[in-house]
Structure formats: structure tokens, C-alpha cells
Design a protein around this ligand. Structure first.
Ligand code: T46
Length: 130
């Protein structure tokens, strides 16, 4: 059984007068990344996600803006996370239903444990609950 989603606090170096850098080192991540992608310019009234993955694990980071992520495990645990810091990531395990809503300026970076495979998606909620 996969564990619950949780927040990861990345190392952050810098200060306000020069700016900052955050780093996702391999010791900080719960998997070895195979892919990184990012989404942006999502209108505020659009909700994305509404799927789960059989095998994919992810870490989501709001590198800009704010993302509200709601998650649901097959066992029924529901959680809501507000991502609004580029220093913080949300680990999403396999078999976790998710929905995301974005501020218009949000840039969501996703660090993923697998290459893209449409067959890894469960897009039907009833199928997810089975
Ligand atoms: C997730 C959340 C947090 C590709 O062709 N290659 C890719 O690597 C990706 C990620 C997507 N696509 C295609 C598949 C769909 O036709 O792009 C379209 C949108 O993808 P998806 O339905 O996954 O979009 P979101 O924004 O609902 O979800 C995305 C991630 O893809 C997903 O894994 O968990 O962000």
C-alpha cells in the first residue's frame, strides 16, 4: 500500500538582496527522476488532474504562484495542500487521485519517477476506487 502524500522542504541558499536557489538533491527525493515537465498559464477557473497513476510517483513544486492540490487515496484519506513557495514540494505517491487549481501566474514543475506512458493513467474515478 502506498503511503500518504507529504511535503518536502528543499535546501534554499541566498538572501533577499541577491536572490535564492533551491536544490532537489537525490537524497531529498523519494525516487530517481526520469522526467521533468512544467505547466503554466492555466486559467484560474480551470481545474486539472482528475486522474491517478498506477506506477508514477511525482513531486510537484509551485516555482511561481500558488497551487491548491487536493489528493485522495484509495483507502479514502483526503488532503488539501497549498503550494506557494518554490522551496517546498509535494510528494504524490502512486495510486493517488489528484486535482489541482492554479493562480494564473502559477508555474508547476513536476519531477516524475517514470517516462510518459498514457497507459499508466487512471482517468476514471470509479476505476480508481476499484
Ligand atoms: C499530474 C499533474 C500534477 C505528454 O504527452 N507527455 C507528458 O510528459 C505529459 C506530462 C503529458 N502529456 C500529454 C498527455 C495529455 O494529453 O499532455 C496532456 C495533458 O497531460 P495530463 O492529462 O497529465 O495533464 P494534467 O495537467 O492534468 O496533469 C499533469 C501531469 O501530467 C500529471 O501526471 O499528475 O500534472
Amino acid at each position: 500500500m502506498p503511503g500518504l502524500p507529504y511535503l518536502i522542504h528543499f535546501k534554499s541558499i541566498g538572501q533577499s538582496d541577491i536572490g535564492y536557489i533551491s536544490i532537489a538533491e537525490k537524497e531529498t527525493l523519494p525516487f530517481v527522476p526520469q522526467r521533468v515537465y512544467w505547466t503554466y498559464y492555466t486559467p484560474e477557473d480551470v481545474k486539472r488532474g482528475f486522474h491517478s497513476h498506477y506506477n508514477l510517483e511525482q513531486v510537484l513544486v509551485a516555482v511561481a504562484g500558488r497551487i491548491i492540490v487536493t489528493t485522495e487515496m484509495k483507502r479514502g484519506e483526503k488532503q488539501e495542500f497549498i503550494l506557494d513557495s518554490p522551496k517546498v514540494g509535494l510528494y504524490i505517491p502512486k495510486m493517488c487521485w489528484r486535482m489541482m487549481q492554479y493562480s494564473h501566474n502559477a508555474v508547476q514543475m513536476c519531477i516524475a519517477s517514470e517516462v510518459f506512458d498514457e497507459k499508466d493513467y487512471i482517468r476514471d474515478y470509479q476505476e480508481f476506487l476499484k
